[in-house]
Design a protein around this ligand. Structure first.
Ligand code: MG
Length: 403
């Protein structure tokens, strides 16, 4: 049987590099007769990391490369420019696109993969937050699958298979699965879970980047510290599983062993447990509907069970969490506004320009100030994204002038 052709968007980031580890692992299983297909990496897209991109291409024998920011040392033959990833998706035949470009920058290439009817292993949650109203109908039209690589959604996806009367659950779903009462995503609570609110407001970059359980890229680590990540993930779950806001909840679980749980109408709650390791969800998206040994450390339940805690999130300390329901109900461009404002605020915080508490203030202010409009096309989502970013930058500029 021919190998499964994989194209990776964001190959030099945290998810991209771990995906290549998983590919090497699965190819070793295949060589040993333990998995039915090998994976051929047919394309890699990166942002700036030309040296690592070249090294990855050499290691996996990849011919088709894309680099969004040229800096003089791009690999020869690579597509270069802001639309390089999208062009790569449109020009290179493949079976699976793993979409892990961070932020709304990943939207055009991901939407292109969906329109082409590829299996999309989706690690870029911002795509659904900013443009779920475009991406999900496009997937239904083309037949593209949207297999979640986000750990909580990979968990929900697995839990939903526990009601086999529904048949195999393959997102994005067209309607809410029958028999499901509630879906709960877990949140680690981030590094500020036990801090008093005033201390959180003034937290530094280094403090916010100290995630207690997951090792991830900077953007998602800051979002985890503010619980914005969970707001984004509730919106993501709404689009993947066709669930209304009222059916999706979040619970703080500091150990990050249970990733999500699904409550069924008969009162059973099915949860998915594993050590926090993104190589698990990545592999599940690549091997679905099969399960084979992975690189994730086996879970010894007797070892962890006495320490599993669950508590309600502190919505006063983390006001961004409540924006998920607001955005799901508002629809239109509200998700693009939320995401654009958050990205701009997070990068200002990472540059040391604002204190931690300002992120939430800036995002809420943008959402209050900009009225959402209907969303029918990609350029409308991108215009809302730009408007939100400009609003945040203007707020920052005014604050500098006042100071
Ligand atoms: Mg997640």
């Amino acid at each position: 049987m021919p190998p499964t052709r994989l194209l990776i968007l964001g190959s030099t980031g945290s998810i991209g590099t771990q995906t290549l580890e998983v590919v090497a692992h699965l190819n070793a299983l295949h060589a040993g007769g333990l998995f039915h297909t090998a994976f051929e990496v047919v394309g890699l897209a990166a942002g700036r990391g030309a040296a690592l991109l070249r090294e990855q291409a050499g290691r996996f024998g990849v011919k088709h490369l894309a680099l969004s920011e040229a800096n003089g040392n791009s690999p020869s033959g690579a597509i270069v420019g802001p639309d390089a990833a999208e062009r790569l998706v449109r020009e290179v035949e493949c079976d699976i696109v793993l979409a892990s470009i961070v932020g709304s920058a990943g939207l055009p290439a991901t939407l292109a993969a969906v329109e082409l009817g590829r299996v999309v292993a989706l690690a870029n949650k911002e795509t659904l937050v900013a443009a779920g109203a475009l991406v999900v109908p496009a997937a239904h039209k083309s037949g593209a699958k949207l297999l979640p690589v986000d750990s909580e959604h990979a968990a929900v996806w697995q839990c939903l298979q526990a009601s086999p009367g529904n048949g195999p659950v393959v997102p994005a779903l067209k309607e809410a699965p029958a028999g499901v009462k509630k879906v709960t995503l877990t949140a680690s609570g981030g590094p500020f879970r036990t801090w008093e609110k005033p201390r959180v407001q003034n937290a530094t970059r280094a403090e916010a980047l100290k995630h207690p359980t997951w090792s991830m890229g900077e953007k998602v680590t800051i979002d985890s510290a503010s619980l914005m990540n969970k707001a984004l993930e509730i919106i993501e779950a709404h689009w993947l599983f066709a669930l209304p806001a009222e059916m999706i909840d979040a619970v703080v679980h500091p150990q990050s062993i249970a990733h999500a749980m699904v409550e069924f109408d008969d009162g059973s709650v099915v949860a998915q447990l594993a050590h926090p390791d993104m190589r698990g969800p990545i592999q599940q998206s690549l091997t679905f509907p099969h399960r084979v040994p992975s690189l994730v450390k086996p879970l010894d339940i007797a070892d962890v069970a006495t320490a599993l805690q669950f508590e309600p999130p502190d919505r006063d300390k983390f006001p961004l969490l409540d924006l998920a329901g607001r955005v799901i109900r508002a629809q239109g461009t509200s998700g693009a506004i939320l995401n654009g404002a958050n990205e701009e605020a997070v990068y200002a915080f990472l540059r040391g320009e604002i204190r931690f508490g300002r992120i939430a203030e800036l995002v809420i202010d943008a959402l209050d100030a900009i009225a959402p409009s209907p969303l029918h096309a990609l350029d409308e989502a991108q215009a809302a994204d730009r408007l939100a970013r400009a609003h945040v930058r203007e707020s920052l500029r005014r604050a500098v002038v006042r100071a």
